[in-house]
Ligand binder design. Sequence first.
Ligand code: GDP
Length: 365
Amino acid sequence: SLTAGIVGLPNVGKSTLFNAITKAGALAANYPFATIDPNVGVVEVPDARLDKLTELVEPKKTVPTAFEFTDIAGIVKGASKGEGLGNKFLSHIREVDAICQVVRCFEDENITHVSGSVNPIDDIEVINLELILADMESVEKRLQRVGKMAKQKDKEALIEEPILVKLKDALEKEKPARSVDLSEDELKVIKGLHLLTIKPMLYVANVSEDEVADAANNPYVQQVREFADAEGAQVITICAKIEEEISELDDEEKAMFLEELGIEESGLDQLIRASYDLLGLATYFTAGVQEVRAWTFRKGMKAPQCAGVIHSDFERGFIRAETVAYEDLVEAGSMAAAKEAGKVRLEGKEYIVQDGDVMLFRFNV
Ligand code: GDP
C-alpha cells in the first residue's frame, strides 16, 4: 500500500507528530492490517460523507478507510555523504510514495535548534539539498553507463540519455527532479532510478501552542508558504504538541477542545487529507445495511481494479457495478429513490471510478 514519509531536521517535532498519528491510529481499531513496524502509523481518513451515508443507510457498522505514514528519523546535513544515519535514512525515503517535510516554526529557548536559531527556509534548504545531492549521484552514475551505450547506438540508451541530461541540469541548479517536465513515458524510463526528489512533497509548518489559531500571521509560516508556493507545493500548519494531546481524546472531546482553541479542523486531519491527495488517492463507498464503508483507490483505476481493493475474487469475477454518485444519492435520500430517479448507473469493466462513487459490485464466483 502507499505510504507518506515524515522527514525533517532533528528537534522540529517529527516524533511528536508521529506519536499523534500512532495514538490516533491506535484508537481506530478497525484495521486488521495495522502493521507492527514501529515506524509505521495507520490513520483513518476523515470523511464527512461517510457520516452522511451512515445517517441515510443506518448500517450495523461504519468503517472509514485508512492509510499509512512512515516516520523517517535522522536526516542531518551531510546525509547524502553518509553523515548521521546517512544512506540508511535515504533508503527509507526511497520506499515512500510522498514526503511530508516537518519544518520548525515555533520558538522555544529550551529546545535546541540544530543550527542555532529558528530559520525555516534554511532548514528546508538543508533537507532538500541532501535529497538533491543523493539524486545527483544516482543520475550521474546512470548517465556514465547510458552515455557509453548511447555511443554504441543502443536504442534504449539513446532514449534514456537526454532524459538523464535534463534531470542532471535541474539537479545542478538545485532544483528537484519533480520540477522537470517529463511525459508519462519518460517517467517510466527513469522509474528504476528511484529518485528521491521526484516524489511529491508537502510542507508541515509546526507552530507553537499560542500561535496555532492565528498561524497565517506567523512570519515563519509566511516564509514557508512563500517558498512552497514557488514550488507549487502545499503547506499544512499544525501544532504537533496539541495534536499529540488531541489524539488521546474521543470525537466529542476533540470537537470541544478544537473549539476552545479556535481551530476548525485538527491539523492532523488536514495533513491526512492533504497527504492522501498528494498520493493520488481517492475514496469510493459501499453502503449496505450490514456495513457502510469507505475504500481507497488510486485515481484513474477502473471498476474491476477497484472491486479488487475489497477482494481479489471481486476483480477476477467482475461483471458490472451499480454506481451512484454520492451527491446524487444524498439528494435522492435513499438508494431506492436514486434508482427511481435514474441516478444509479450500471457500469462495466472500462468505467473509471470517481471519488465519491457509491458502488455495488456484481461478480461471478
Ligand atoms: P524530532 O527530533 O523532530 O522528532 O522532534 P521532537 O518531536 O522530539 O520534538 C523536539 C522537542 O520540541 C520536544 O521537546 C517537543 O516537545 C518539542 N515540540 C515539538 N512540537 C512542538 C510544538 O508544537 N510546540 C512546542 N512548544 N514544542 C514542541
